[in-house]
Ligand binder design. Structure first.
Ligand code: FE
Ligand code: ZN
Ligand code: FE
Length: 193
């Protein structure tokens, strides 16, 4: 009350916000996984759940390095993103259409986290806590990788199958993790005459 809060105070607030956000996500990710049709998408959500638990541990380490109590502060942002995801899951979308929507929800969460950790890393560095910055950078890298994985799944077949969802449910292909570079493949195959 007496002193004007500093950037360190704001940093601590954001750290607590991130801690709470990750905890909320450990409850939301299993729901996304359960709603997924594609086994690769389900695996992506399950893998990120494991990473998220790790990220919680990293935040606890960060509080420790700063000699601060481990404490969360309710993250309204991620709560809103999770709520929107729940609304989508309550819709009657099926198969790849639902998968495309689940990816959209997941990516909203990843981008929110990327923004949060981007700030945390920059502030930790500015405040002279390079050890904490290095720790949080690992999490930032994981969030970016999770986001790219979801893009690869969407663009590797889920979106296309969802867009053309007039065929039999049975002949919808499982999406590839990495999109086939069609142009490159076609360029290598020259017409014979
Ligand atoms: Fe996270
Ligand atoms: Zn927040
Ligand atoms: Fe995440």
């Amino acid at each position: 009350m007496a002193e004007t809060p500093t950037l360190y105070d704001a940093f601590l607030d954001e750290l607590r916000d991130a801690y709470d956000a990750e905890k909320q996500l450990t409850k939301a990710l299993p729901k996304l996984a359960k709603a997924a049709t594609s086994s690769k998408l389900r695996l992506a959500f399950d893998t990120h759940l494991d990473e998220t638990r790790n990220q919680i541990g990293r935040l606890e380490d960060a509080f420790g390095l700063l000699d601060e109590k481990v404490r969360g502060k309710h993250c309204d942002g991620i709560e809103g993103i999770i709520e929107e995801g729940k609304s989508v899951m309550e819709e009657d979308f099926e198969g790849e259409t639902m998968d495309a929507c689940l990816i959209a929800s997941g990516q909203r969460a990843e981008h929110y986290e990327m923004a949060a950790y981007g700030t945390l890393v920059a502030w930790a560095r500015a405040l002279g806590h390079q050890d904490v910055a290095d720790l949080l950078q690992k999490t930032l890298d994981e969030e970016k990788a999770a986001d790219q994985k979801l893009s690869a799944l969407a663009e590797g077949g889920i979106n296309a199958n969802a867009a053309g969802r007039v065929r039999d449910e049975g002949d919808v292909d499982e999406p590839e993790t990495v999109a086939v570079p069609r142009k490159a493949a076609a360029a290598g195959r020259r017409p014979s005459r």
